[in-house]
Design a protein around this ligand. Sequence first.
Ligand SMILES: Cc1cc2nc3c(=O)[nH]c(=O)nc-3n(C[C@H](O)[C@H](O)[C@H](O)COP(=O)(O)O)c2cc1C
Length: 356
Amino acid sequence: MATLFTPLKLRGTEFKNRIFVSPMCQYSSRDGLPTEWHLVHLGSRAVGGAALVMAEATAVSPEGRISPRDSGLWSDAHAEAFAPITRFVKEQGSIPGIQLAHAGRKASTPPPWEKASGRFVRPEDGGWTPLAPSSIPFDAGYPDPREMTSRDIRLVAQQFSEAAARALNAGFEVIELHFAHGYLVHEFLSPLSNRREDAYGGSFENRARLSIEIVRAVRKTWPERLPLFVRLSATDWVGGGWDLDESVVLALSLKTLGADLIDCSSGALVPHAKIPAGPGYQVPFAEAIRERAGIPTAAVGFITDPVQAETILATGQADAVFLAREMLRNPYWPLEAAKTLGVDVPWPRQYERAKL
Ligand SMILES: Cc1cc2nc3c(=O)[nH]c(=O)nc-3n(C[C@H](O)[C@H](O)[C@H](O)COP(=O)(O)O)c2cc1C
């Protein structure tokens, strides 16, 4: 049996295979509420046979959105709007997950297809002033973010915890905390974006403090029986930035606090990093964190081929794979991968006459 189709158990949850749909912003929400687009987008990938369908970076507060069109989970109405989506995903035998996020200094930007209008949505156009550990903009054309007070920081940890409670009410069974890609928590982790001189800046322990507080706060509202994932950028790909060694130490702490899997991505903290992107280029991070921190990991990035995915898992480099763009090209990738690897998996009844 191919490892890719061997079930994975984390806490009380069994994933029917190790193919996970990576979180992908759709910029199709209204006031943070998911729309029919999300039902079809996430639902199609559940029909396609992925074990876990992870909803996009979903903001824990309105100002934590990357764009005004992002999803949010800052009120009960948001949880209600997600409920039909999680119900549908579960009916297909997939596990619905959601990535909880705060965009930090990269907030209030337009959806990619509106980037011609500039890199920042101004308050007069429905945007807002972003928050960050220090008042350092991401890049030219981005605003100076407002440096967060200690009260702001405490509030963010609480917002993550409340959003986790709403995710449960919405029917999600996995939460992934977005601590990667240059968004708020990553900005605290990296010395390149965090120049604070209080308890949240300077030493590794201080830079990691917010991430630890969030995991603690989320574990208070997220049930013991359900898995908690954390997405890290394992390196900034820049000298003097956050790196793999720090990621390993952080992963060790997060594990003791109740994180169950580290989703190993990289980069996006600063615009000028030179990233050797290519097939499987982030897999070594998943392998190193898995081995050195002793926690399950997922690999992500340019994973497109069933044999490639199988090799990553069979050689013990990761416990699962997240696919993003390949899943946009082909939502039925898992069903086709099973055929390629010689595994017989059930197809949706409605599609059986097309089974390969
Ligand atoms: C349309 C799109 C939206 C994305 N949105 C998110 C997101 O919400 N959260 C996140 O952590 N990564 C996001 N990503 C990154 C993907 O999850 C993934 O890490 C990245 O695309 C590399 O995987 P791939 O080579 O399989 O596409 C996004 C990627 C794409 C293509």
